[in-house]
Design a protein around this ligand. Structure first.
Ligand code: CA
Length: 700
């Protein structure tokens, strides 16, 4: 009897050894910092550290890192996402949230699911086009989100949809470019878009089994006459003035969502106000809660717990939407459950997660809007003139932030945070804005402050770096300068390596303690996504999606980014996976191409029409086609495109929607012929300026 039982157990073990362990992805797995084989969530697990305990690839062995496999993604454009790996299967979302499962050892496609976002999105394509940053996994269910505001649950084995829930009001300009989070059987999501039209920011949680709403919390208060949803709204309303609810208020949570298992709370980084300019939004002043804050909500009920506002009375688009990282720190000899946050405004914050108290903060980049943060009150000490109250004002950072959505990482081993930092200034000027009758036109961007988006972004106007920051001492440990800006998110490993890609197309590994560059490869295209690492059958892999894009590339891009030649559709998008002794050849993705502006001899530019066209362009087109009509590589460069040269062709595409499918070029059915003509004149004016600049550069 005893012998029989023993034999049986052996057979079972032998059978199991041929298949991968079946990980139950639940709260326990997502709280486990020790296992490194899987990458279970956007920031690897609940802690959002993007830290892997794997050590096979380390500071010594990284020299032998080579391409193991690559997967061409010819129909994708922007690839911004963080893949997830569970038991040797990789899941990732690409343009318009098209989702794929592949064998993580070989790149073999297992299934593909297309949520048909273009067909659903309609006008929402105008704001964030194809952007999507990732997905979530919970007990065999994969959750994706779409630009048109849907959450969709898929069977992770087959890719078949289980449920789909519309999380936004389709009559509002709200979209989802972010990623969902799952905890305790709930799927949690925010949205973007309140700066494209009057809307209130909110977050909501849905049951993972049914897609039914569990709870919802508003970031900004509504009209007090309608009553408040909860006491936190009443408290927030005290900090607003005027009739803010008519403009929506803003504050949406499009990124920066962290589940904190130790306090069973969700930490959200909230957005800026709508419009940006507080004089319009809340004319009598006020802090405007809960804009630009880290807010803690009870994970089960959505009830407000605490908040810390990084920018009271925000007026520069300094949202706090950047990632929130959980870390166990020792400060003044005491253990602290901390939240690390480096938002756009240029300050690095360490918060106590038990009550939201500010423990410390220092500027990690050039900051001129404030001279510091008062440690007693936790409030910024604003510089006079910073609110552009005296007219035009040059300010650091710009609305693109000293740190954008490109995630930072944190190594508990080195105790350092690794931040993709950028230094971009901006000129703020609202002297021509009509404060009294300002109304945001639907589905366009009008921040009620002139940002000069009708002009190019020249080379060398900005700088960037990979910054290693000590959160306890609040000081820089090392910094590696990088060209231009918009460098991508980082990952750090127990092998003491920091991995990061950037705008030059170089994917590199740096020594986590010194910043020494130890390995790099040119992937033939600009990189906008952060890497991940995982292990299958005892082998460590590093994976990265490569597809230059995201709206920031275009709006902030201009010549500064266009110079690298990552032109719209000129380079084939790829998923790359590297391993030690990987010997696969690098794919040929297409040579760099800097678009050449077309200057037809018979087109007479009317400067009055061009001026009118510039205003339309900034409101409607800049989001995808770039500042000053110079595309940073997201959408086509319209100065070089043949389409705007012919009025009929231009109208067919812009008004008629001839390229809605398959390229997702949205339809602007409401544009009149005279408006289209003015856009043509603006584009030709920019083309001429671009051609002259190129000639001058060549003559040098
Ligand atoms: Ca914003």
């Amino acid at each position: 009897m005893k012998l029989f039982a023993c034999t049986c157990a052996l057979v079972l073990i032998a059978a199991v050894s041929h298949v991968h362990a079946q990980t139950v992805v639940d709260a326990k797995a997502l709280s486990d910092q020790e296992q490194g084989a899987n990458w279970l969530a956007y920031g690897r697990n609940f802690y959002e550290q993007r830290y892997s305990p794997l050590t096979q690839i380390d500071t010594e062995s990284v020299a032998k890192l080579g391409l193991q496999w690559s997967m061409p993604l010819p129909d994708d454009h922007s690839l911004l996402g963080t893949p997830i790996v569970v038991d040797g299967v990789m899941y990732f979302s690409g343009s318009w949230s098209v989702t794929r499962a592949v064998d993580a050892r070989t790149g073999k496609l297992l299934w593909e699911y297309d949520p048909e976002s273009i067909k659903h999105a309609g006008d929402r394509l105008r704001n964030m086009w194809d952007s999507n940053r990732g997905l979530a996994y919970w007990k065999g269910t994969l959750v994706i989100c779409t630009i048109d505001g849907r959450l969709i649950a898929l069977d992770a084995k087959t890719g078949k949809p289980r449920w789909s829930t519309q999380t936004t009001d389709p009559s509002k300009p709200l979209y989802i470019s972010g990623h969902p989070k799952v905890f305790r059987g709930l799927v949690f999501i925010g949205n973007g878009g309140t700066e494209h039209g009057a809307a209130r920011g909110y977050v909501s949680a849905y049951h993972i089994t049914s897609g039914k709403l569990a709870w919802k919390w508003y970031v900004v208060p509504g009209n007090p006459a309608d009553g408040f949803e909860d006491p936190s709204q009443e408290m927030a309303a005290e900090t607003w003035t005027g009739e803010w609810w008519k403009l929506g208020g803003g504050g949406n949570v499009w990124n920066g969502i962290t589940y904190d298992p130790e306090f069973n709370q969700v930490l959200i980084g909230t957005g800026n106000g709508s419009p940006w300019n507080r004089k319009v939004r809340s004319p009598g002043g006020g802090d405007n809660l809960f804009l630009c804050s880290v807010v803690a909500l009870d994970a089960d009920t959505g009830k407000y717990k605490w908040h810390y506002q990084t920018v009271p009375g925000e007026t520069w688009d300094y949202n706090s939407s950047m990632d929130i990282v959980l870390a166990d720190l020792e400060i003044d000899g005491k253990p602290v459950k901390a939240a690390l946050h480096a938002p756009k405004n240029g300050f690095f914050y360490v918060l106590d997660r038990s009550d939201g108290k500010l423990l410390s903060t220092e500027a990690f980049a050039k900051v001129t809007w404030a001279t510091g943060i008062d440690p007693k009150t936790g409030r910024p000490i604003e510089r006079e003139g910073a609110r552009y109250e005296d007219g035009e004002e040059l300010i650091w950072p710009s609305p693109f932030g000293a740190h954008g959505w490109h995630a930072m990482s944190y190594s508990p081993k080195t105790g350092l945070a690794y931040i993709p930092k950028q230094e971009i200034p901006a000129v703020f000027n609202d002297t021509e804005v009509k404060m009294v009758d300002w109304r945001s036109p639907y589905f366009t961007l009008d921040p009620a402050v002139n940002m000069g988006l009708d002009g190019d972004v020249p080379k060398d106007v900005a700088t960037s770096s990979l910054l290693a920051w000590d959160p306890i001492r609040q000081t820089k440990v090392w910094e590696v300068a990088q060209p231009e800006f918009w460098n991508a998110g980082t990952m750090v490993t127990a092998g003491d390596l920091v991995f990061q890609g950037g705008v030059t197309g170089e994917f590199a590994a740096y020594h986590a303690r010194t910043g020494e560059k130890l390995w790099s490869v040119n992937v033939g295209s600009g990189i906008s996504a952060p890497p991940i690492t995982y292990e299958v059958d005892g082998r460590q892999y590093v994976s990265l999606l490569v597809g230059f894009g995201g709206a920031g590339v275009s709006v902030a891009g201009g010549t500064a980014l266009a110079q690298f030649g990552w032109s719209y559709r000129a380079q084939e998008r790829q998923l790359y996976t590297f391993a030690l002794d990987g010997k696969a050849p690098m794919p040929k993705v297409g040579a760099p191409l800097v678009p050449k502006p077309v200057v037809p001899a018979d087109f007479k530019i009317d400067s009055g029409l061009a001026k009118k066209g510039a205003d339309l362009y900034v409101g409607q087109c800049v989001w995808c086609h770039g500042s000053g009509a110079v595309s940073g590589g997201y959408g086509p460069d319209l100065r070089a495109s043949p389409v705007p040269l012919s009025f009929d062709a231009f109208k067919a595409v812009v008004v008629g929607g001839a390229k809605v499918l398959p390229y997702g070029m949205p339809k602007f059915a409401d544009l009149r012929d005279d408006e289209l003509k003015s856009l043509q004149h603006y584009l030709r004016q920019q083309a001429e300026a671009g051609a002259k600049a190129a000639q001058a550069a060549a003559a040098k």
